[in-house]
Design a protein around this ligand. Structure first.
Ligand code: PPS
Length: 567
């Protein structure tokens, strides 16, 4: 007999085929709501019963009750809101009693929701109650205050299809499927382990001890829903978990991915994870002292008190129906070559420890991670995700007035990279792009933005695949440039080169005769004449070509790239 799900029975919101057929017909006449990645994660967790006893996105009464007393209106513990946010414009046309069609970003019908409540939440209050901070360096507070729709809708869900997932499909089982597996394997005691980070030696040692202490097998539940900005991507993490599970005793571990939208709610996050583990059939759950805590805030203060997650989950463990195993800090004793709990180390014994955060920083900066801190197989995977700059993709983005010299420098740089020959190189010169990608566009602000964004998108794909993109548009607007920078920097290097040759010089050169035409009013909206060029505030390199030969200018770029380790 397995432990019961939270609330007694496992919720299953996926309807049968007949009902699905009917709902599809009805949906054709309903208002569509396109779900984002976070909302699809919530939908999936709700649909499979991972969030039992919830049967849909929360109604206002439950939302307020969760904020005020960490309980649903029916008095069951529930730590965080699970609400569907929508923009004010959409909300204006909806009312309670209506149904809506929930679709994925491609328009695929996922569910029909029967709206019971529409309300405008106080998102600041939510941030304070759930994440204990209005500081937007907390990722969830940031999302809540800056990206969440103004209205929430709540109501029951009828799911036609769970969101389609194509990655690691064998590792994406529902609570019902995992429970069946436990029955088949005859497992009765199972300790759940939730993580969003790679597992290194201390976590490995600690989970082994938790298994021994509870006499249980382990269900490892890493997140594969949304991830935080600085985390390793989930493909990398899951490749690491696949390595680490080989190190556990045979037939003692199951690995399963949680399509969870990460909520770094500290103690409340730990309560949520305990409930999820309970729904998956776990009898025990491991809680860390800083469970579900984001990286420390700017002032280095943690968002939650150490140990609070453990004490809150322990206090609620009987009500949730799961035993909490407090994850104690483990330290390495170099002379003994073993791990011990920090509080069991004799006085005056030398110990060392690395947090996952420190290991991540070491890997990112190309430093070595010692063997006692992790496993070679894990480090190899992590290093593959963070190659040194020389192996990373790179975009060199020239910007400047027409005639400033961008194209010439870009062409010379292109040849230099081809001479080096270690990475594929693509030249996205203004003219080439206007010919091939943006032929239909003119020089209005709107069209220039589209043009520059297209260049940014292509360059980001090249950078992602570890090639070099050289771009050379005028790109006159700061906002668009910085948008492109942040897109590309998630994949590799971005080097902005402001070719700052003054307009007088550009006009004097006037190779294409365009300045003369612009002065004569024959071309309207010409950059620098009657359309603005916003000077880059902090480009990596600024080069005025009035007093330099093109070769000298490119040498400056090459020197910079060498200094940063890109070549
Ligand atoms: S933008 O603003 O980044 O989209 O411009 P870009 O695609 O680089 O195109 C700039 C080239 O188009 C020619 N041209 C104009 N430039 C500026 N303003 C107006 N109104 C204009 N109309 C045509 C100009 O010759 C630019 O060439 P470069 O190579 O920069 O000298």
């Amino acid at each position: 007999q397995l432990t019961a799900p939270f609330g007694g029975s496992l919720v299953d919101l996926v309807v049968d085929l007949d009902r699905a057929g009917l709902l599809k017909d009805i949906a054709a006449n309903l208002t569509d709501i396109t779900l984002n990645e976070k909302q699809m994660c919530d939908l999936e967790m709700l649909g499979t019963g991972s969030f039992s006893p919830l049967t849909g996105f929360m109604v206002q009464g439950d939302y307020e009750s969760v904020l005020d007393r960490m309980r649903l209106q029916n008095n069951m513990i529930w730590p965080v809101p699970v609400c569907l946010d929508i923009p004010g414009l959409t909300a204006k046309n909806l009312e309670a009693g209506q149904s809506v069609a929930l679709r994925d970003p491609e328009g695929f019908l996922l569910a029909v929701m029967h709206i019971e409540d529409i309300w405008k939440p106080d998102l600041r209050r939510e941030a304070l109650h759930i994440y204990k901070t209005e500081d937007t360096s907390h990722p969830n507070t940031d999302y809540l205050l800056n990206n969440t729709g103004d209205y929430y809708i709540g109501g029951k869900l009828e799911i036609i299809s769970l969101p389609l997932r194509f990655d690691f499909q064998q590792l994406r089982m529902s609570p019902a499927e995992i429970r069946n597996m436990f029955i088949k394997l005859g497992w009765k005691k199972i300790v759940g382990f939730y993580t969003r980070n790679p597992v290194h030696r201390p976590q490995f040692e600690m989970t082994l001890r938790a298994m021994r202490q509870s006499g249980a097998n382990i269900l490892m539940l890493p997140t594969a829903g949304t991830s935080l900005e600085n985390d390793f991507d989930h493909y990398t993490r899951i490749r690491c978990y696949r390595e680490i599970i080989k190190k556990y005793p045979p037939d003692s571990l199951l690995l399963n991915l949680l399509p969870l939208d990460i909520r770094m709610a500290g103690p409340k996050g730990a309560v949520l994870h305990s409930i999820i583990a309970k729904n998956y059939g776990c009898t025990h759950f491991i809680v860390g002292h800083d469970h579900a805590s984001p990286d420390p805030a700017k002032d280095d203060k943690s968002f939650y008190k150490k140990g609070e997650a453990v004490s809150l989950t322990q206090e609620l463990s009987i009500e949730i129906g799961i035993e909490i195993i407090a994850l104690q800090e483990m330290v390495y004793l170099p002379f003994e070559d073993e791990y011990r709990f920090a509080d069991q180390v004799p006085e005056n014994t030398q110990t060392i420890s690395f947090s996952g955060f420190e290991i991540r920083n070491r890997i990112r900066s190309g430093r070595r991670v010692p063997g006692w801190a992790s496993f070679p197989e894990v480090i190899k995977e992590l290093k593959r995700a963070c190659p040194p700059p020389k192996k990373q993709g790179l975009t060199v983005f020239f910007t400047g007035l027409s005639g400033a010299g961008k194209s010439t420098l870009a062409k010379i740089l292109y040849s230099r990279f081809l001479e080096l020959g270690d990475r594929p190189v693509t030249l996205l010169d203004g003219d080439i792009v206007r010919q091939n990608l943006s032929r239909e566009l003119n020089f209005s602000k709107e069209h220039r933005d589209i043009n520059v964004r297209r260049i940014g998108f292509v360059a980001s794909e090249i950078t992602k695949n570890r090639g070099i993109a050289i771009c050379a548009p005028i790109a006159p607007y700061e906002n668009t440039r910085s948008e492109i920078r942040s897109l590309i920097e998630t994949y590799g290097g971005f080097v902005e080169v402001h070719v700052s040759t003054p307009i007088e010089e550009c006009e004097k050169r006037d190779r294409k005769g365009m300045y003369a035409k612009a002065r004569a009013g024959l071309i309207k909206g010409f950059t620098g004449i009657d359309d603005p060029y916003e000077i880059p505030g902090s480009p990596e390199i600024r080069i005025d070509t009035s007093a330099l030969t093109p070769n000298e200018a490119v040498k400056e770029v090459m020197l910079f790239l060498g200094e940063k380790g890109y070549i």
